[in-house]
Design a protein around this ligand. Structure first.
Ligand SMILES: [Zn+2]
Length: 421
């Protein structure tokens, strides 16, 4: 018995991972990245805000413009003070597993912070990311670089780009900046498109998608559930055209619905897999029902040759999400982010998912902004994956070899099959 568990664990720990979803800033963008940056760019920060840290600032940031997903800015002192409330959370465990393994950090407080910050800055020099990728045994990560629009250049061999299309599917006003300051008009200027007419706009979107495909972009990503519901009723071309040409912001929703279908038709032709954000949102204010994966059901029927990958297994709507992946050959269940959202929830879910969904339809990513959290999260993921597979092998449902094979699919082969072939 012990031998079986040990064997599965050993194989799962050794196997290389393809992470299908990350936001890691390439090293060239982040000089002098500090320990404070690591804390602020980790998911733990959301739990700190949720605990009540910097609540006053938060209330000011929720403006009349709607829900701003960016965080309030607490002082370092406030961050360290609030830390005690979040020690039992999975976000804390993932981050501190990484910090401990890479730097030896066990606890952070006002007395030791400066000391550890110096060590972090020193170690982070020269090829740090690559080193941590190797330590994590992550051979490749698909990067959603939402901070720029249609930039597909990544010199790092372990990065593959994903094209986040939200900005082009959101509003009739190409001059409008999103929260990251991105505007569709800038893309048009860069590429030399005249987007004054609706036809011109659609031609640009179509051309950018085709270029992305040619340049080796592995998937299109839609994170619209951060801004609107995932229900996309069909809208006529005439209505979308009128909305665009009048720049009628009251018609943003109709325009957005039309453009989503437009993009999916293009993806159908180009053979682009489409990643949809479903389920819980990061940061501390949003409408969780907007991201219910059930809302996408009609799209799966309408575009049977498009592969839809449902990120985060739609958590907390995971059971519904698993049922969709069970029924539709073109729907895949991705567990990105979940092992560090809740370890216990993920473990129970994984067991249920393996009973519900064919094993060739499950993928994982850490969804991190930096490699410290990515490493900790990958450790947790491997631990829970081994544990569930061992349980199924001990029950005699799977042989040891079969359990290891399923593990391999989830760690890398499914990603390879869905995105790289
Ligand atoms: Zn993400």
């Amino acid at each position: 018995m012990k031998k079986l568990v040990g064997e599965i664990k050993k194989e799962i720990d050794e196997e290389k991972i393809i992470s299908i979803h990350e936001h890691i800033y390439p090293e060239r963008f982040i000089e002098n990245y500090s320990l404070e940056n690591i804390l602020r760019d980790s998911y733990l920060y959301s739990d700190l805000v949720s605990s009540g840290m910097a609540r006053d600032q938060w209330e000011e940031i929720v403006s009349s413009e709607g829900i701003d997903p960016s965080p309030p800015f607490a002082s370092l002192e406030e961050i360290l003070k609030a830390m005690k409330y979040v020690r039992a959370t999975s976000y804390y465990r993932a981050l501190f597993l990484g910090l401990k393994e890479l730097y030896g950090i066990e606890r952070l407080n006002e007395e030791n912070f400066k000391h550890w910050d110096e060590i972090v800055r020193e170690k982070r020099k020269n090829g740090w990311e690559k080193k941590v990728f190797e330590t994590s045994k992550i051979k490749m990560a698909f990067i959603d670089n939402f901070w720029s629009l249609a930039d597909f250049e990544f010199p790092e061999l372990y990065f593959k780009p994903v094209f986040r299309v939200d900005r082009l599917v959101q509003t009739v006003d190409p001059e409008l900046k999103n929260k990251k300051g991105l505007r569709a008009i800038e893309l048009a200027e860069r590429l030399g498109f005249d987007i004054s007419s609706f036809q011109g706009y659609c031609e640009m979107v179509s051309e950018v998608l085709a270029t992305a495909r040619k340049k080796g972009v592995v998937a299109v990503k839609v994170a619209l559930a951060y801004y609107r519901s995932l229900s996309f009723p069909e809208v006529s071309e005439e209505v979308a055209k009128r909305a665009y040409e009048k720049r009628d912001r009251n018609m943003d929703m109709e325009f957005s619905n039309y453009m989503m279908h437009f993009v999916l038709k293009e993806c159908e032709e180009l053979g682009f897999p489409v990643l949809f954000h479903t389920g819980l949102h990061t940061r501390n204010a949003n409408i969780v029902s907007n991201s219910d994966p059930k809302l996408l059901n009609t799209l799966f029927l309408k575009y049977p040759s498009v592969n839809f990958i449902l990120l985060h297994a739609g958590y907390p709507f995971s059971r519904e999400c698993a049922v969709l992946a069970k029924n539709f050959p073109n729907v895949f269940l991705d567990v990105t982010w979940l092992p560090m959202v809740t370890e216990t929830g993920f473990k129970n879910l994984l067991r249920e998912v393996l009973e519900l969904v064919p094993g060739n339809k499950i993928t994982w990513g850490s969804d991190s902004y930096h490699v410290e959290q990515m490493l900790g999260h990958a450790r947790i993921f491997r631990e829970l994956l081994s544990s569930v597979l061992s349980e199924m092998a001990l029950e005699g449902r799977l042989s040891t070899d079969e359990a290891i094979e399923v593990g391999r699919w989830i760690l890398n082969e499914n990603a390879e099959e869905i995105f790289l072939k």
